[in-house]
Ligand binder design. Sequence first.
Ligand code: 5GP
Length: 183
Amino acid sequence: MPDGAATATPDPRIGEVLVTEEQLATRVRELGEEISRDYAGRDVLLVGVLKGAVFFLSDLMRHLEMACEVDFMAVASYGSSTDCSGVVRILKDLDVSIEGRDVLIVEDIVDSGLTLSYLLRTMRARQPASLEVCALLTKPERLKVDLPIRYTGFEIPNRFVIGYGLDYAQKYRQLPFVAVLAD
Ligand code: 5GP
């Protein structure tokens, strides 16, 4: 380092690490193996929910052994950035039809569950052959609706988290771990 250059100061907004990089890698591989067993011989459409799920989805997909394709949806919930109102708007719809297909929704985080509940309703109406959910993180204390989440990575406490795709005001997605957003 050149003389006089400042060392990077740690970002004070990055709080306690709840899930480390190693824990993420291990669990994502396990989920990939479980999904590969369950869907062996089938052709699955993975639906990623933009933008947060992109990181998880791309890592997960590398552990899937059955034939699979990927498509994305973007949704926005009305409300503040740290609290979901449950009113959801589709910003980007799927490019392909899901009728008669085996569909697996890949979500970064399920908080109240209202966004996912809306997505499931919308997608069920399109008559897929099967529809399941794989969520990296869930906050059981916050869940307001009963949701059929077939695959869960980690259950976390009721904290606002960042990293591994999860943002705060569009920042921090690139962190390789999941941490609490510090006040
Ligand atoms: P829900 O509808 O389940 O309450 O939450 C929907 C969305 O809120 C998630 O897909 C995510 O975009 C956002 N969200 C909920 N909790 C967190 C969190 O702890 N951190 C981040 N970055 N986003 C969250």
